[in-house]
Design a protein around this ligand. Structure first.
Ligand code: ADP
Ligand code: MG
Length: 701
């Protein structure tokens, strides 16, 4: 680094000494072009070198920071081939210690006799006495102080061609040279929220002083970390606000009529009294439909919370206003189930529901497409077939997407683009914590159905260890005797020697062998089966032809067989909590008290079992999801993988949850009811730089 000129955040990395065109290129490939980009690489941990101790205080098994003089170095190949051992003996006046490095003979030239060196690492007792193996080390400059080598030392991942140690040096140089950096965030807001300036934040996270609170530092919750986490959240939410504002300016061609007369007629369709949650959500949807811009709403509700009727009513409003409404489901089975369910609800109201999917005969598909094109079909249910180019809507005004996480972003957008700014309602039975929803679908309005229709009998869930299998089978025998229908879920389809997972295909033989006296009829469904075959087998189980249905997670969504009242999940720890919760939702749909038995595999560790117990404690999908988020992190929570979830450098949805809520409020204050925004130009540029790409990815319509 040439120290003559002051350096700036936006300077190219090539300003650093030792970074030539080639490294510059490699860094650019990793998105590191400027000094600022490098500063955004934060330490992933901190080494506690606050208290250097005399060598005489070394205790085996403890981590020690010590400073000594090099007495001798010795490099030798060991008897075992290809191992070089460099032995450095240091002495600090209180004692001597051997420090060993393996296969790094080139280090010898650094360790000159008489030089002072700081070492940090675990002390071990060997037959040669106390030793340190491969410790962290710093050669100290003669007469130099200890700043930068003792205290909290940041530890980095390597960045492209730069080794971790080099990253540390480079960042130190940058921090020494920086005088000021632009802060895209509003100073008034920062001081109101008690957050430090951007430069101070970088200083704190890269060079925490010795006075920093240790637990804050370890949990990345120092003021500096919080400020940088806030930046990520705020820029994201601001980006989402921009997207929302854009949509608010896309005026719908016509507003919807939603008067008393229409309400009365819709109410007549209902076979039951809506729950308070359903009423509340319908109110929210109603407000959307009266507004001049199209609705974009996510409806989250646990399995069985009654989302379908809510969707149907929204679809009917569109229909009554002369628009077509389409519901897209991720599987053939679900589409058929929805079509049949909606048709049943509309019994006696002279309205038909059209079904379009790859599973119905070609000729019929053609007819349905024709009906869609000339507007005869008004309520349409289908699968991906709906987004085929062959499908042209006359006047599509309402798009409902069920189990939205099963669809790619593009597929959703494709259906939406078949109308002129239609209203969009996406539904999810995979409840995700509100914080996560905000990040994933932050520009959608969120409605939550958090109440189940009355009369449900709770499902009793039990977790069992592998060695309790016999007990589980006694329970199964009783269930069979009572004439119950049982799902058995296994993680794999076929026996894979390496997976070690229980395979669905083995199950029928195993269960027949376990109950030789019962002459069990056992069906099986799995993902490697054709859709029609799967459908047939489900129908057969539904008709009561089999006592047991063995399945993989294909039954996770939507399967509605009221007579099944027991679900046994094997190797249960292999599934996510949210997924198990979904599976559990397959039972408890009829009048019988239902059971969910989760049996862990032989190899399951106690922690995994503990995790499963969450399901024993609660049947609230949101609480399960919240737990899943805490235990496994956002990336793992069901359904988030493909949804274009942004990756954060500092921000953490669990740790910094309250910051996300604040960031959202602050960001959305910048849009008004007409869709006008008031972000500064600098902020807009920053939003695009950071989240431009990802936000397009996360686009829902
Ligand atoms: P999900 O939210 O899982 O899609 P559904 O919409 O399929 O749930 O509803 C589950 C069951 O509950 C259906 O059989 C439905 O007819 C019934 N249901 C929905 N709302 C009510 C209600 N308010 N009162 C009684 N039963 C209801
Ligand atoms: Mg549903």
């Amino acid at each position: 680094m040439s120290t003559a000129r002051p350096i700036h955040f936006g300077d190219p990395v090539r300003r650093l000494r030792g970074i030539g065109p080639r490294q510059e290129e490699e860094l650019a490939e990793r998105g590191v072009r400027t000094l600022g980009d490098l500063l955004e690489h934060l330490p992933f941990r901190y080494e506690d070198r606050r208290r250097p101790l005399p060598l005489s205080d070394a205790r085996p098994g403890e981590v020690l920071t010590a400073i000594g003089e090099i007495v001798s170095t010795h490099s030798a190949g060991a008897r075992r081939r290809r191992l070089n051992i460099l032995t450095v003996v240091i002495d600090d006046g209180t004692s001597e210690m051997r420090v060993l490095f393996f296969n790094r003979p080139y280090l010898a030239e650094y360790f000159e006799q008489g030089a002072r060196v700081l070492v940090h690492g675990a002390v071990r007792l060997t037959r040669h006495g106390l030793e340190m193996h491969a410790p962290e080390f710093e050669i100290l400059r003669p007469g130099g102080g200890l700043s930068g080598v003792t205290g909290w030392i940041p530890v980095y991942e390597k960045v492209g061609p730069l080794k971790a140690r080099r990253v540390r040096q480079a960042i130190a140089v940058i921090l020494d040279g920086l005088e000021e950096i632009d802060d895209p965030l509003d100073a008034e807001m920062l001081s109101r929220l008690g957050l430090p300036s951007r430069l101070d934040a970088f200083r704190q996270v890269h060079r925490p002083g010795s006075s920093v609170d240790e637990s804050d530092l370890r949990s990345r919750c120092t003021a500096g970390h919080r400020r940088l986490a806030f930046d990520e959240f705020f820029l994201l939410e601001a980006g989402l606000a921009l997207r929302r504002a854009r949509r608010m300016r896309e005026k719908r061609c016509e507003g919807y009529r939603l008067d008393e007369d229409l309400r009365r007629r819709l109410a007549a369709v209902l076979p039951f009294k809506l729950t308070a949650a359903q009423q509340r959500v319908l109110g929210e949807i109603g407000e959307d439909l009266k507004a001049a811009w199209p609705m974009s709403r996510l409806l989250m509700g646990d399995v069985g919370s009654g989302k379908t009727i809510v969707a149907l009513l929204a679809m009917l409003v569109a229909r009554e206003n002369g628009f077509q409404a389409a519901l897209m489901a991720p599987t053939e089975v679900l589409a058929r189930q929805h079509a049949a369910g909606l048709q049943a609800l509309l019994q006696g109201h002279s309205m038909t529901v059209d079904l379009l999917s790859a599973g119905i005969p070609m000729r019929q598909q053609k007819q349905v497409r024709a009906r869609i094109e000339d507007g005869l079909a008004q309520l349409i249910v289908g699968t991906h077939s709906l987004i085929s180019e062959k499908v042209k809507f006359k006047k599509l005004g309402m798009v409902v997407i069920d189990e939205q996480h099963r669809f790619g972003v593009v597929q959703r957008a494709d259906l939406v683009s078949k109308g002129a700014h239609p209203d969009v309602l996406v539904m999810s039975a995979t409840p995700i914590p509100r914080t996560l929803a905000m990040v994933l679908y932050g520009d959608l309005d969120v409605s939550i159905l958090d109440e189940k229709p009355p009369g449900r009998r709770p499902i009793r869930t039990v977790v069992r260890r592998a060695d309790q299998r016999e007990q589980v089978f006694r329970g199964l025998r009783q269930a069979i005797d009572e004439g119950r229908q049982i799902y058995v879920v296994r993680p794999a389809v076929e026996d894979g020697a390496k997976s070690g997972l229980r395979a669905a295909q083995q199950a029928p033989a195993e269960f027949r062998a376990a109950f030789p006296d019962k002459e069990l009829r056992i069906g099986i469904v799995h993902g490697k089966m054709k859709a029609e075959e799967r459908q047939e087998r489900l129908e057969s189980f539904k008709a009561g032809n089999e006592q047991i249905l063995v399945a993989t997670t294909v039954i996770e969504v939507g399967i509605d067989i009221a007579s099944a009242s027991v679900i046994l999940v094997e190797d249960a720890e292999r599934f996510g909590l949210a997924q198990l919760h979904q599976l559990r939702g397959r039972v408890g749909r009829g009048d019988l008290k239902s059971y969910c038995v989760l049996i862990a595999s032989e190899g399951a560790d106690p922690e995994a079992l503990e995790r499963l117990r969450v399901l024993e404690e609660t049947d609230d999908g949101f609480r399960v999801a919240e737990k899943d988020l805490c235990l496994r992190g956002a990336g793992e929570v069901a359904g988030t993988a493909q949804s274009g979830m942004p990756s954060f450098r500092v921000a953490d949805l669990v740790r910094h949850k309250e910051l996300l809520l604040i960031a959202r409020n602050e960001a959305f204050r910048h849009i008004d009811s007409e869709g006008r925004t008031s972000f500064s130009e600098a902020l807009r540029r920053e939003i695009l730089r950071k989240y431009g790409t990802q936000l397009r990815l996360a686009e829902t319509g």
